[in-house]
Design a protein around this ligand. Structure first.
Ligand SMILES: Cc1cc2nc3c(=O)[nH]c(=O)nc-3n(C[C@H](O)[C@H](O)[C@H](O)COP(=O)(O)OP(=O)(O)OC[C@H]3O[C@@H](n4cnc5c(N)ncnc54)[C@H](O)[C@@H]3O)c2cc1C
Ligand code: HEM
Length: 373
């Protein structure tokens, strides 16, 4: 398989922007009208989620071994959309028709064969994982909201109690859906390590014009029920094999998964030191500082440093989270979470400063992590 040709051709197609998903969905819904019901009622205003992922993931098939855990999680998680095995060939045909349309005379039989084979490989991993998961877990869980606190302007901390046991690892996320916004699913990270009572916390920041975040922050109430998809993500997780001390760098609600890691260290016994740098533009956005300071006061292995970037009158540490983190780096494993911009900027600076790449951990395939720092 000529994987460079896959990447190059996807790059070319992606240049046509919004026309690409428009063509893809027309092809899919025309040939397989039953798939229309799986998607949000109105797709006009929302950013395309499936097509860019398809092109990106399939054209990276040369990394399939590395991608398998991600694809298995994706396949398990796709059960929440009511995706079944028969849908995979339909999506594959729509993808190939779209590529053919935009590549015109560059669409050769050899390229068509490579795309079909690459898609088949990726789809198989997802469909098999979904089949396996169906034997042991529901397509989604239900979580009744038991508390909803507005902690800062546009930021809510939501606690929900799940209806069945929900195995996940600190650092993971799950997609949520809320009855006020049917068929809209967005990812949110667990802000706590698993608890005996099956409760989980989410930190949700309202995005301007955001469909789900606004409903969760402004509309959701105690007693409302959320749907929670299967857990995803392993880039921000730690295990007994993760060496040494941790330096956690959070921007905005990127704090959530890193806070879950702090709780994991707390429950496992303090075998490592943890430095947590919490970045915010102003002190009002330090929405979890009270709880974090309390944890730090109780646990000598934990050091919490709030870093405020845009308030010249702030009395504590001023500056970007990454500047503060670089001062605190003494060879620890570094975990970074925040908006895409914050993560890119922070990771770039860490690498430039000589932090070895294998010690820098962040989510690579989740460009939609909608947070500002
Ligand atoms: C793995 C993962 C974990 C995540 N965890 C969290 C979490 O713990 N807490 C949290 O608050 N969010 C988290 N997010 C982001 C979350 O999934 C949503 O993307 C976010 O809440 C916006 O959803 P929405 O439906 O309100 O906005 P949409 O309706 O999807 O978007 C509305 C508009 O805003 C734009 N937009 C989306 N995000 C941003 C942004 N950050 N800044 C500017 N414009 C934006 C869109 O392009 C669109 O034009 C996570 C994302 C991922 C991928
Ligand atoms: C190789 C195969 C596939 C890959 C790599 C893939 C990948 C993705 C990704 C990464 C997302 C965004 C994350 C999310 O919202 O959960 C997504 C969304 C989605 N996918 Fe898939 N998918 C595949 C196949 C399918 C199939 C066969 C269907 C069934 C028709 C499907 C239906 C959906 C739906 C309904 C969404 C949500 C779209 C939205 O909210 O706009 N996917 N997919």
């Amino acid at each position: 398989m000529d994987t460079q040709a896959l990447k190059d051709s996807w790059h070319l197609v992606a240049r046509s922007g919004d026309q690409v998903p428009l063509y893809f969905y027309s092809a899919l819904f025309l040939a397989n009208p039953e798939t229309r019901d799986l998607f949000p009622v109105s797709m006009a205003r929302q950013r395309d989620r499936l097509v860019s992922a398809l092109g990106h993931v399939v054209s990276n098939v040369d990394r399939v071994d590395e991608l398998v855990p991600f694809l298995q999680q994706l396949g398990r998680d796709h059960r929440k959309f009511a995706v079944v095995a028969e849908h995979y060939p339909a999506v594959g045909r729509a993808l190939l028709a779209t590529l053919e349309h935009f590549l015109a005379d560059r669409w050769t039989p050899a390229l068509a064969q490579d795309w079909a084979q690459a898609y088949g490989l990726v789809a198989q991993v997802m469909a098999d994982a979904a089949d396996d998961a169906a034997k042991t877990s529901p397509p989604w869980w239900e979580g009744e909201i038991i508390s909803h606190e507005t902690r800062a302007l546009g930021i809510a901390v939501i606690r929900a109690r799940l209806n069945y046991q929900y195995p996940y690892r600190p650092g993971q996320s799950a997609s949520l859906s809320y009855s006020m916004r049917p068929r809209i699913w967005r990812f949110y990270s667990f802000a706590n390590a698993p608890r005996q009572d099956n409760t989980v916390d989410f930190h949700v920041r309202m995005v301007d014009g955001g469909v789900l975040s606004a409903a969760l922050v402004m509309g959701a109430r105690r007693g409302d029920v959320l749907r929670v998809g299967a857990p995803v993500g392993d880039k921000l997780t730690i295990s007994a094999d993760t060496p040494g001390d941790l330096l956690l760098v959070a921007g905005g609600t990127g704090l959530a998964p890193l806070r879950a890691l702090v709780e994991q260290v707390m429950y496992e016994g303090p075998s490592r030191r943890v430095d947590l740098v919490v970045g915010a533009r102003n002190s009002r956005e330090l929405y979890d500082l009270e709880a974090l300071s309390k944890m730090a006061a109780e646990h000598p292995w934990l050091n919490v440093v709030p870093a405020v970037s845009h308030d010249p009158f702030y009395r504590g540490t001023r500056g970007n989270a990454v500047d503060v983190a670089l001062q605190a780096w003494r060879g620890q494993q570094v975990f970074v979470c925040g908006s895409e911009e914050m993560v890119q900027g922070t990771v770039g600076r860490l690498l430039d400063a000589g932090v070895p790449p294998e010690q820098v951990h962040f989510d690579e395939f989740t460009s939609d992590r909608g947070r500002e720092s």
